[in-house]
Design a protein around this ligand. Structure first.
Ligand code: PDD
Length: 302
C-alpha cells in the first residue's frame, strides 16, 4: 500500500526516529532549547549497514556508552531497546547499504551552561541515509588527497560529541582545495586524525603506523578492526604519532572510518605519497576489509 500526502509518496520518504516517534523526515524536529542544539551537549554514533545488516553494532554501542558516561548523560534506553529502535529505523527506511546516525543530547532545559538541576530525559534522534558502495569502491581504486590543517578542536576528541565546528571548518577548507579529507596537525607537528577518519601510514618495511589512543583522537571502530585484519595478513602495526615529514617519506598512507572502510591516501597538501597511487599494502587491506565486511554482515543476517 502507498500513502500520498501533498503529492509525496510517503512510502518512499525517509523516516526519522525522534524521542519515541517514527516521523517523516520533513516533520522530524527537536525543541529549540535542546541542549544539543544550544551547547553541543550531545554525543553521536554512525553505524554502517551492509545489505540491511549492521557492521560492528556492539562496539559502536559500547563507544556510545563511554561517550555518555564521560559527559554524565543518562542512557536514553537499555541496550536491547536501543538495538530494536535502530533495526526499526532500518526497516522503515528499507535501508540496505548506508548508515544509521544516532544522537543523544542531555535533553531540553531552560538555557543555562551548568547541567539542569532537575533530571531531564535525554533526547534520542536517529536517521538513516543510503550510501552508494560503487562510489566508495571507485574512490578506493583511485585514492584520495588530504590537506593538513592546524589542530584547533577542543581537547577531548576521544569523546564522540557533536562539538564538530573544528572538524567542519577543516573539512570545508579541504573541500575548497579539492582534497577529500583534512588531517589535523597538533602543536608538536604530529598528525592527530582526520575530520571524520583515523590516519595511517605504511613504512618501507610494510609496518602500519597509526597514532596511539589518547584524548587527542577518536578510538575508531574501523581502526580497531583493522588491527586484526592486519594480523591476518601478517602485517605489523605500531601505535605511534607521525609527522607530515613521515607521511611524505612513507611508502603509502590511508584513512579509516565506518563510511570509508579503508581508503588509500595518495597525496598530502598536493605532494605525492609513494607513487601517488594506491599501494600494494593499502590495496590488500582494502580487499581484506571488504571480505571482513561481507563475512560479518552475512553472519548477522543469519
Ligand atoms: N566519523 N575520527 C573522527 C573524528 C571521526 O568522526 C570518525 C568517525 C573516525 C572513525 O571512527 P569509526 O571507524 O568508528 O567510524 C575517526 C563518523 C563516520 C562521522 O562522523 O560521520
Amino acid at each position: 500500500m502507498r500513502w500520498f500526502v501533498s503529492g509525496r509518496d510517503l512510502t518512499l520518504s525517509r523516516i526519522a526516529y525522534v524521542n519515541g516517534q517514527y516521523l517523516p523526515h520533513s516533520a522530524a524536529s527537536i525543541h529549540v532549547e535542546d541542549r544539543g542544539y544550544q551547547f553541543s551537549d550531545a554525543v553521536y554514533e554512525v553505524i554502517m549497514f551492509v545489505a540491511g545488516s549492521p557492521l560492528d553494532m556492539e562496539p559502536h554501542l559500547d563507544r556510545l556508552d563511554n561517550s555518555l558516561a564521560e559527559l554524565a548523560i543518562i542512557q536514553p534506553m537499555v541496550r536491547s531497546a536501543l538495538r530494536r529502535v535502530i533495526m526499526e529505523v532500518v526497516r522503515r527506511n528499507r535501508l540496505q547499504n548506508g548508515i544509521v546516525y544516532l544522537q543523544v543530547s542531555r535533553g531540553v532545559a531552560p538555557r543555562d551552561h551548568a547541567f539542569p538541576s532537575v533530571n531531564v530525559d535525554p533526547a534520542l534522534v536517529m536517521t538513516a541515509k543510503r550510501l552508494d558502495f560503487a562510489k566508495i569502491r571507485d574512490l578506493q581504486n583511485r585514492g584520495v588527497g588530504v590537506k593538513t590543517v592546524p589542530e584547533i578542536r577542543w581537547r577531548r576528541p576521544d569523546i564522540k560529541s557533536v562539538s564538530l565546528l573544528g572538524n567542519v571548518l577543516a573539512k570545508e577548507s579541504a573541500k575548497i582545495d579539492g582534497a577529500y579529507e583534512a588531517w589535523f596537525i597538533d602543536q608538536a607537528g604530529l598528525v592527530t586524525e582526520g575530520t571524520s577518519t583515523n590516519a595511517w601510514i605504511v613504512t618501507s618495511d610494510d609496518t602500519l603506523i597509526t597514532r596511539q589512543l589518547d584524548q587527542a583522537i577518536l578510538p575508531g571502530i574501523t581502526r580497531a578492526v583493522l588491527f586484526s585484519v592486519a594480523a591476518e595478513l601478517a602485517l605489523k602495526v605500531k601505535e605511534q604519532a607521525f609527522s607530515i615529514k613521515d607521511v611524505l617519506s612513507a611508502k603509502e598512507a590511508f584513512l579509516t572510518s565506518s563510511t570509508n572502510f579503508v581508503m588509500p591516501v595518495i597525496s598530502i597538501d598536493g605532494s605525492p605519497i609513494g607513487r601517488c597511487e594506491p599501494g600494494d599494502v593499502s590495496k590488500k587491506l582494502v580487499d581484506a576489509y571488504w571480505r571482513y565486511v561481507e563475512l560479518t554482515t552475512a553472519d548477522n543476517a543469519r
